[in-house]
Design a protein around this ligand. Sequence first.
Ligand code: UDP
Length: 439
Amino acid sequence: MYHNLSEKYTTKYPVLDGMDVDVYKRHTGEKIIEEIKQLALPLEGKELAHVNSTFEGGGVAEMLRSVIPFLKGLGLKSTWYCIEGGEDFFVLTKKFHNLIQGVIQNYSVQDILQLYIDNLKENFNNNPIVADLTVVHDPQPAAAIVHGEFMGKTLWRCHIDTSEADSLIWNFLLPYVNHYDGAIFTQKSFVKPGIRIPAYGISPCIDPISVKNSQYTRETALRVLDPLIKKYDIDIERPMILAVSRYDVHKNQPSIIRAFKELKKKEDIKKINPILVLVGNSASDDPEGQMMYQNIMNEVDSDPDIWPLLNIPNNDLNIGALMRIANHFVHVSTKEGFGLVVTEAMWQGCPVIGSNVGGIVQQVVNKQTGFLVEPMSVREITNYMHFLLNNKSQRDEMSRNAVEHIRHNFLIPNLIKKYLILMRYLTGVEDKVPYFRIR
Ligand code: UDP
């Protein structure tokens, strides 16, 4: 059975019932909020549902926590359904995820038939989703379009980088995907041949009023961090290089660790004496997380200047505060659908050393808000770490640029606006093709 998470979040996040969207004006200015309200007027009372596979960990859950109350605040109905599955189901769908991102994995056709499809049938059996528009996120629930029942229009939202997807698995998913009324990709290069439905380009966004993205002063951030600093005995007086992400093969934390170890060999760095803090978690639909964390620990090899942390307490509060006080942020994934952590770090004023892959390229403006590097180029990463620690004025300018870049492009009202335009189009309120249609 799938869960209607709205109930759960009503108690956990009181704003889920709908919020006053005007509070966003402080961050975005009036114009876009007023535009959104106009777009929403004819949709009042209509329902936009979302289906995904985890309510904690990862970027999708992160965004839905904000999207649902925002839509409700505009007078729409909005629901969040989360499919259930056993460990074997999520092991299999994690393989899908990896295969779509181009990593070779073993899998059997029998697993696909028995585990994947049976599980979706079980979730959706006698549970039709009734909504004017339902957005189904990522491969885990994708086949529900055939094995479940949807009353209303449907969109498949793909959050991952499909550009080098394994052809077998992609060809397995493709007929399902083509059953939807449309698909949403983070960028045009992810739209593979074989997609016969309209495709739309939408970037993920962050919520500036969430706990994680509150922009503290440095003093407040340090106060917030006090229990964490004490718990892990972090030497906070030293300049911090920060990396935050799931412990996952594509996140490429080992390159960050190697680059940091190289950095420490530089003579002038000894005076600066930086630390590296790695923060990671493991999503409930990601069974590889623990194993990956162990690999990271081996790579760290008890280096006293590196803090590899797993599932930190008060996650959101502490992550935002760490990003606020770090000298810079490093995110060098080998594959990345978008990389919300990059958005979050930039919003907190961290210049980002990011890899030149997937959605990171949309965010990091090379030499203005950070630096773009080859993900496996330890030398480049080391050099830019060195630069950012040594050049305060350029570092601070990049910090300011980073905040403004996110403000103008990647705050949640931008995402809501596109959802509303799509909903107007698909439900017949508007016949103009959305300007962000990419295929
Ligand atoms: N995240 C977190 N705690 C952690 C690691 C990650 O809250 O220990 C959050 C992070 O802040 C971001 C999300 O998980 O909001 C990860 O999204 P992203 O798009 O970067 O990567 P994904 O995990 O979806 O591949």
